[in-house]
Ligand binder design. Sequence first.
Ligand SMILES: C[S@@+](CC[C@H](N)C(=O)[O-])C[C@H]1O[C@@H](n2cnc3c(N)ncnc32)[C@H](O)[C@@H]1O
Length: 280
Amino acid sequence: MNYRHEFHAGNFADVFKHIVLTRILQHLGAKPAPFRVIETHAGSGFYDLLGPEAGKTAEWRGGIGKLMAASLVPEVQPLIAPYLQLMAPLIEGEPPRYGGSPWIAKTLLRRQDKMLFCELHPDAFANLRANFGNDARIKLFQTDGYARLKAFLPPAERRGLVLIDPPFEAADEFAKAAEAVEHAWRKWMTGIIMLWYPVKDAGTSAALAAHLLERGVKRVLRLELQTGRPAPQGPLARCGLILVNPPFRLDAEAEILLPWLSGVLGAGEAGFLIERVSGE
Ligand SMILES: C[S@@+](CC[C@H](N)C(=O)[O-])C[C@H]1O[C@@H](n2cnc3c(N)ncnc32)[C@H](O)[C@@H]1O
């Protein structure tokens, strides 16, 4: 297990994933009934953007750095502003920091909501515990998130989100992730499920969506964002999200968001994909 999210925090992939995450959490928070967020691969929660890892790759400058400098056009403003409002105090801090998915979720959680985070790496888990360990709404598990997920579903609240955000280091990660999505859906057919994945070649991600369709998973939306030409050995230039039971109108929001984001964060061969993989 070599992956450290510290090298990639705040890059274009994080920005894309976390904007959509913020939209989902806002949607869940719009009703007073409690919800639960379950995250299988939580990471550290906070990242020092000038630290030895993020400072070395500086990937964040092509992600949150570009976004902070962009002028929001009126139709995009309401979709992105909530995420930027969360991030701005951290980015403008000294040193600048980036908040990962646990921090975003914690910030948008209400008194009645709950969160479960799994993280396997000892250093990342220690950070997670230091940052989130004293909040009674949050439970932390230093464990394999795929294995633990089964025991968490369905949650008592019956509303909420499963976020699966693996490092994709292992050759079988796409298969494991697809299995986790299908399994989560079978155990909790009304829950929102969000899987992040990298795109190095178009075939693998198309196969992921086709697999879920074939297994009968309903209400699947696939979104992809590209900031340059994807290459198997090159730096990440395209990534995607599989969303099961996406909030109402998220697909319409993506039609506004993704062209704009690909223009602001991309160069050359930037682009996007919005695919309604399966309906009811
Ligand atoms: C992409 S990062 C997570 C980033 C985080 N979700 C965010 O958006 O801020 C993936 C994390 O998964 C952890 N990890 C790797 N294998 C795992 C497993 N089997 N179970 C739980 N965590 C794992 C890694 O240590 C890493 O911190």
